[in-house]
Design a protein around this ligand. Structure first.
Ligand SMILES: Cc1ncc(C[n+]2csc(CCOP(=O)(O)OP(=O)(O)O)c2C)c(N)n1
Ligand SMILES: CC(=O)[C@@H](O)[C@H](O)COP(=O)(O)O
Ligand SMILES: [Mg+2]
Length: 650
């Protein structure tokens, strides 16, 4: 760790540093970012880009009294390093360690937590209004990326702030990138602003000139402010932000600390809603990240190039590598789109993560990146489906939460044939509670008309996608982050012909008389493993691959309940209201008595950490499932059960 960085315990320690020292500190921070993220994985590029901006903010403001609200929060690593979290920094995104996002519980310097995009302006506005209402005095600054500015909520905040007129600084961190290159008309507009800094300066020069004309210019600029606005508009159109009621500064070089400090002080002195447009370079200072900002937006552990040695490729032991669910999804969709020209794909700023960049290459005109605009994605798909297309909306499960009303109101009420491909469903690991896709089963299974499925492996994902596209109403397929399970030694068959599944039909994978394990999606593999272990102990466990959460395979589930009297349901989602709840409701509605243990995510937010470890903590592992089934078979009294577990059989 760098010499100056070691001396920074809080932002106050920055105040006495000279510009030369701040520059030195910036390069020490960059080194620390690369060294740490190389070990932990994380959002490297966004943070390398905001080093100078963060230093400028913390040298001008007095955090935590002054509030800095980072949009998404994935670019707050530098802020963490400067606000008393330097010593824990290497625990970033590790279980029990620092979060990869801002969190109120982590530090008083994080006034607002995040993880999802486009919330900062609204949150900062709320903080500013509370300040005014309580008669307090402090600065409030929201830092919003150009990608986040594609999200509708950002405009709702700007629209509101611009009329309320309270003191609020919004810093627009424009690096021309979302995760992928930024999209949309606003991105194009920001490019125009960036390309015309001379013109904007000219406008300010005119004002200055006018103010110097004795007796004439000054009154012209003063008349209720209106004449000044009018004159300015004659010379140059106002920026969009000015029209929204903000004073606009920029575009500025976001790596020039003195300029940033100067303009930030100016903006704070100016008062009212102020927008400072800074231009930064994503990945700045680490060559591979500068050259490939999309890959370095967020990545797993890697070897920094200065440490990479030339290694001879290992003697080729050809072992098939399991593909990710995202890759299987995209490849299947390409196949289906070749056959059906009505099939189109929609992503909300996640072409790489969802796998859709592969689809985009094959069908550039049939792939739509709408920006961070999940609501638009869902309703646009609904519109497309009314006019003859078969849209597939590929979203991360957690981000569909943004489009919930659109899912109900625009798609399901009208029973429209829109397919939802929900990636990252279940526990995602190191991104933590804002990103785990654990709510979708509960929030979707209560919506009429929607068919809801989860595949046990890649082949079933292929089948479910084909099935969804064959339906005349809405369907969702949810699958986890990571690789598909592969039968030992077998390569995944991308060319396989997908089968249309019978809607609402499960798959009995293993018979058994003592207990039935009814597993969903990625939990089927561990359930089979558990049944194998139980057999060695003389317990015969049936395993049912549920396939459908909605409609449920009622006949089979009731049959297993009657035969065994003991059910274990397993799902990678919240227990409350999820798949297991559906099974319980079925038993209750049909008055079939059985002991049921539901394995799933408990009623608390799951922290960040390793995916497998977090799953195991919720009992979502072969051992956890076997343990639940074993105790259900062996323990007769619910009281005895309660002594050993929270999940007493009901
Ligand atoms: C609602 C929502 N959708 C998608 C994402 C995934 N996501 C995280 S960061 C990001 C890009 C943000 O771009 P920008 O705001 O410009 O920040 P930068 O990384 O460029 O600094 C996206 C799409 C998210 N966090 N929240
Ligand atoms: C910050 C954010 O929301 C994304 O960058 C997210 O971290 C991506 O997750 P994956 O790495 O699973 O694509
Ligand atoms: Mg950006």
């Amino acid at each position: 760790m760098g010499r100056i960085l070691e001396t920074i315990g809080s932002p106050a320690d920055l105040k006495g540093l000279s510009l030369a020292q701040l520059k030195e500190l910036a390069s020490e921070i960059r080194e620390e970012l690369v060294e740490t993220v190389a070990q932990t994985g994380g959002h490297l590029g966004p943070n390398l880009g905001v080093v100078e901006l963060t230093l400028a903010l913390h040298t001008v403001l007095s955090s935590p009294r002054d509030r800095i609200v980072w949009d998404v929060g994935h670019q707050a690593y530098v802020h963490k390093l400067l606000t008393g979290r330097r010593e824990q920094f290497r625990t970033l995104r590790q279980e029990g360690g620092l979060s990869g996002f801002t969190r109120r519980s982590e530090s008083p310097h994080d006034p607002f937590g995040a993880g999802h995009a486009s919330t900062a302006v609204s949150a900062a506005l709320g903080i500013a209004l509370a300040r005014d209402a309580l008669g307090e005095r402090f600065a409030v600054v929201a830092v919003v990326g150009d990608g986040a500015l594609t999200g509708g909520m950002a405009y709702e905040g700007l629209n509101n702030a611009g009329t309320l007129g309270t003191d609020l600084v919004v810093i627009l961190n424009d690096n021309e990138m979302s995760i992928a290159p930024n999209v949309g008309a606003i991105a194009r507009y920001l490019t125009q602003l960036r390309l015309a800094p001379g013109a904007r300066r000219a406008k300010e020069d005119v004002e200055r000139l006018l103010s110097q004309i004795p007796g004439l210019g000054e009154p012209m600029l003063r008349v209720g402010g209106r004449m000044k606005e009018g004159l300015k508009h004659l010379l140059l159109p106002g920026t969009l932000f000015e029209e929204l009621g903000f004073s606009y500064y920029g575009p500025l070089d976001g790596h020039d600390i003195p300029t940033l400090q100067h303009i930030l002080r100016d903006g704070l002195d100016h008062g009212g809603p102020v927008l400072i447009h800074v231009v930064t370079q994503k990945g700045r200072g680490y060559r591979p990240a500068e050259e490939d900002p999309a890959t370095f937006h967020g990545l797993g552990p890697f070897t920094p190039y200065w440490k990479a040695e030339k290694v001879e490729p290992a003697a080729a032991v050809e072992r098939p590598k399991p593909p990710s669910y995202s890759k299987v999804f995209a490849t299947s969709l390409i196949g289906l789109a070749h056959r059906d020209p009505r099939v189109v794909a929609i992503t909300a700023a996640m072409p790489a993560g969802t796998g859709l960049s592969a689809f985009q290459k094959v069908f550039p005109d049939r792939c739509f990146d709408v920006g961070i605009a999940e609501q638009n994605a869902v309703t646009m798909a609904a519109g497309m489906s009314t006019a003859g297309l078969r849209p597939v909306v590929a979203l991360y499960s957690t981000f569909l939460q943004r489009g919930y009303d659109q899912l109900i109101h625009d798609v399901c009420v009208q029973n429209l044939p829109v397919t939802f491909a929900l990636d990252r469903a279940g526990i995602v690991g190191d991104d933590g509670p804002t990103h785990h896709g654990v709510f979708d089963l509960a929030y979707m299974r209560c919506i009429p008309n929607l068919v809801l499925m989860a595949p046990k492996d890649g082949a079933e994902l292929q089948d479910m996608l084909a099935t969804a596209l064959s339906l005349e109403g809405p369907a969702a397929v949810r699958y986890p982050k990571g690789a598909c399970p592969l039968s030992h030694g077998q390569a995944f068959d991308f060319e396989r012909e997908p089968r249309i599944l019978e809607v609402g039909r499960s798959e009995l994978l293993r018979p058994g008389t003592d207990v039935a394990i009814i597993a969903l999606g990625a939990m089927v593999g561990p359930a089979l493993e558990a049944a194998g272990a139980l057999e060695a102990e003389g317990i015969q466990a049936a395993v049912l691959n549920a396939r459908f959460v909605k409609p449920l395979d009622e006949g089979r589930i009731l049959d297993l309940a009657r035969r065994t009297g003991r059910l274990v349901t397993v799902e990678e989602g919240v227990r409350m209201g999820g798949f297991g709840s559906a099974v319980l409701e079925l038993l209750s509605d049909r008055q079939v008595a059985a002991r049921v243990v539901r394995l799933g995510v408990e009623d608390r937010f799951v922290e960040h950490g390793g995916q497998e470890s977090l799953r195991a903590q919720q009992g979502l592992s072969a051992e956890g499932i076997a343990d639940a089934a074993r105790r259900l078979v062996k323990v007769v009294s619910p009281a005895a059960w309660r002594k050993g577990a929270e999940n007493a059989p009901s």
